[in-house]
Design a protein around this ligand. Structure first.
Ligand code: NAI
Length: 254
């Protein structure tokens, strides 16, 4: 008899699912039997991820367009999922995120607001909508997973806005974990280190090489490294873990 997959029957919503870490998370969850909603503001990117999922299995995965920073868009996303799938997402991964880097002397108010709006407010809006539904529909074993960043712990030159947003995600995660634990819902965060995705495409090669040398495991991270941690937090294998922050960094800044 074939072994039962970890996430059979579960519905996973992954924001930022069109690229990088979000895409790898969609694939890892689908491989374990979850039906996946690929949510992104970039339609082509979301479609590309969806195409890869349909090669994994026939779980009727879907894609949805959303701007996580806009409450109306988030509201429309959850209504559309309810209407189309008649199921409440019981795994929610907040991976949508952006950077707009500059030294503090050059950082504009707009750059600060833009990054906080997507990375922190976006995580709040999705998490709030998901929690309301999970509680009202009495979802058991719900798992919320927020992609923070190691930069939220140690800071980074040129990333005041980004580091602040990612530190904020940790505070949000722990507060939500305390609020929803009584409903059997868990909320955890992941702090990736430097992961090979389009997001870090503009970082000069010599900086990447420097960080590789500083990393005890001596390589750059892959999106799949983060996806494996996410899979663990989504699954019942982590059923006694909440309010936790897992660093997936190859040991840098331990
Ligand atoms: P990426 O740029 O490859 O993917 C981000 C995805 O989010 C894109 O598909 C983009 O269209 C989507 N997105 C951006 N703003 C959105 C919005 N307002 N609404 C909906 N979708 C939106 O980036 P990557 O590297 O996969 O990053 C994923 C998450 O991991 C982000 O939160 C990022 O901050 C975090 N992270 C990444 C690290 C890295 O080294 N790549 C390190 C630490 C954290």
């Amino acid at each position: 008899m074939a072994a039962r997959q970890l996430l059979t029957g579960r519905l996973a919503l992954v924001t930022g699912g069109g690229s990088g870490i979000g895409r790898a998370v969609c694939q890892a969850l689908a491989h374990e039997g979850a039906k996946v909603v690929v949510a992104d503001r970039n339609e082509n990117a979301a479609r590309s991820t969806l195409d890869t999922l349909l090669q994994v299995n026939q779980n009727k995965h879907v894609m949805k367009l959303v701007d996580v920073s806009q409450s109306q868009s988030v509201h429309n996303l959850f209504s559309s999922i309810s209407h189309q799938l008649s199921q409440v997402p019981d795994i929610v991964v907040n991976s949508a995120g952006i950077t707009q880097d500059a030294l503090i002397s050059d950082l504009t108010e707009q750059m600060f607001d833009d990054v906080l709006l997507v990375n922190l407010k976006g995580t709040f809006l999705i998490t709030q909508a998901a929690c309301k539904l999970m509680v009202s529909e009495k979802i058991q074993d719900g798992s919320l997973i927020n992609i923070s960043s190691i930069v939220g712990k140690v800071g980074n030159i040129g990333q005041c806005n980004y580091a602040a947003s990612k530190a904020g995600v940790v505070g949000l995660t722990k507060s939500v974990a305390k609020e929803v634990a009584k409903y059997g819902i868990r909320c955890n965060a992941i702090m990736p280190g430097f992961i090979d995705t389009p997001m870090i495409g503009t970082i000069p090669e010599k900086v990447i090489e420097y960080f590789k040398k500083q990393t005890p495991l001596a390589r750059q991270g892959k999106p799949e490294d983060v996806a494996e941690a996410c899979l663990f937090l989504a699954s019942p294998k982590s059923s006694y873990i909440t309010g936790e922050v897992i660093e997936v960094t190859g040991g840098i800044f331990m």
